[in-house]
Ligand binder design. Structure first.
Ligand code: AR6
Length: 363
């Protein structure tokens, strides 16, 4: 009985702390709240029949304080109830039920507290969180801690191979062989939001407030704080680039750019605007000491830039930027989503990043 009472006391304290976790972290599953309410009601019923004094509410306590209160509360109830309280059978049934609930809840609450510990005061899911505070905290975390915060699965840089040509290129090289630059290029097929690198670039619109395609995927992955930060940037003109935190994404930053819209055919101004997108994103990255960057195929979705022309702009601009700033960038990843884009990049890369010819056989 004393054991059950101790659990009950623990439950009273825990129900408060779980309530706190629920409102702060929005991570408390509804069944926990249900158990919490059930236990609370049972406790009040028991209090009426057994004349037990209610402990002062612990309110929102620090984790250590909460556990201290739990143990004090257990002792207090134990001594108060010792022999003097003789509950009837119905009360014993209620107490047992509450005891089991408390044990289950204690386990669940412990794991919730661990999760809270891993995500200290940082809720990336809530629109009411302070984006500046969140950005600052994320920037100060090491990689292991940040990994607890990701809202999507991640792919580390080590799992993204450096590009190597498959088969013989039908294109004449347009630049000299430079093996140092070749080591900085990757082609990744898949979702850009999963890349754990310094910065991913976003094919955004002028409002920077989100949209469809890759823009939508980035905003969904990052969570509501990305939109909050974007709302402070006064939009973005075509060809420009603006940088924000990446919040729940594995990348550290998002560089937003707005590609040109192609209505009929690509003219000089569209081509220049797309060149500016790639250049300004790379420039923004290096200005912020970011050394690993991924690009989606900017403008080639709903903005209608023909992919076979866009690939040439992308490769030329990156090649020339790397030639001029070889020491400032470790890796540029061309992130392709469609099989047709993957084939285009595979076909065109040897023209912009040619490999050295293999040594000639002396036979
Ligand atoms: N990861 C990588 N690439 C992706 C992903 C992803 N998760 N999703 C799509 N793509 P688009 P745009 C590819 O239309 O043409 C938005 O509504 C996609 O296959 O996203 O520059 C903005 O808000 C394509 O190759 O961008 C703007 O209003 C590429 O990303 C507008 O679309 C770009 O397609 C911008 O249009």
């Amino acid at each position: 009985m004393a054991f059950q009472m101790s659990k009950l006391a623990a439950r009273v304290s825990l129900s408060k702390s779980v309530g706190f976790i629920s409102s702060a972290g929005n991570r408390c599953p509804s069944h926990l709240n249900f158990i919490s309410r059930l236990a609370h009601r049972s406790f009040h019923a028991l209090r009426g029949s057994a004349s037990i004094k209610v402990l002062p509410s612990p309110g929102v306590l620090r984790k250590a304080d909460r556990w201290e209160k739990v143990s004090t509360a257990s002792k207090s109830l134990h001594s108060q109830s010792g022999g003097a309280v003789k509950p009837n059978r119905a009360t014993r049934v209620i107490v047992s039920a509450v005891g089991v609930s408390a044990a289950v809840l204690a386990c669940l609450s412990t794991s919730t507290l661990h999760a809270m510990n891993a995500r200290p005061d940082l809720n990336l899911d809530s629109e009411s969180s302070d984006w500046k505070e969140a950005k600052k905290k994320l920037c100060s975390m090491d990689k292991e801690k940040r990994r607890d915060m990701y809202r999507v699965d991640f792919i580390p840089l080590e799992k993204i191979p450096v590009w190597s040509p498959s088969g013989v290129s039908s294109h004449e090289p347009r630049y000299k062989v430079n093996e140092e630059l070749n080591k900085k290029i990757s082609v990744f097929t898949g979702d850009i939001t999963r890349l754990e690198i310094d910065a991913i670039t976003n094919a955004a619109n002028k409002t920077l407030l989100g949209g469809g395609g890759v823009d939508g995927a980035i905003h969904r992955g990052a969570g509501p704080l990305l939109r909050k930060e974007c709302a402070t940037l006064n939009g973005c003109e075509t060809g420009e680039a603006k940088i924000t935190g990446a919040y729940g994404l594995p990348a550290k930053y998002v560089i937003h750019t707005v590609g040109p819209i192609v209505y009929d055919s690509v003219g000089e101004s569209e081509e220049q605007a797309l060149t500016n997108c790639y250049y300004n994103c790379l420039h923004t990255a290096t200005k912020n000491h970011l050394r690993t960057v991924a690009f989606p195929c900017i403008s080639t979705g709903v903005y209608g830039y023909p992919p076979d022309q866009a690939v040439e702009v992308a490769l030329r601009t990156v090649r020339e930027y790397l030639e001029q700033n070889p020491e400032k960038m470790d890796r540029v990843i061309f992130c392709v989503f469609l099989k047709s884009d993957k084939e285009l990049y595979e076909k065109m890369l040897p023209a912009y990043f040619p490999r050295g010819s293999p040594p000639k056989s002396k036979l």
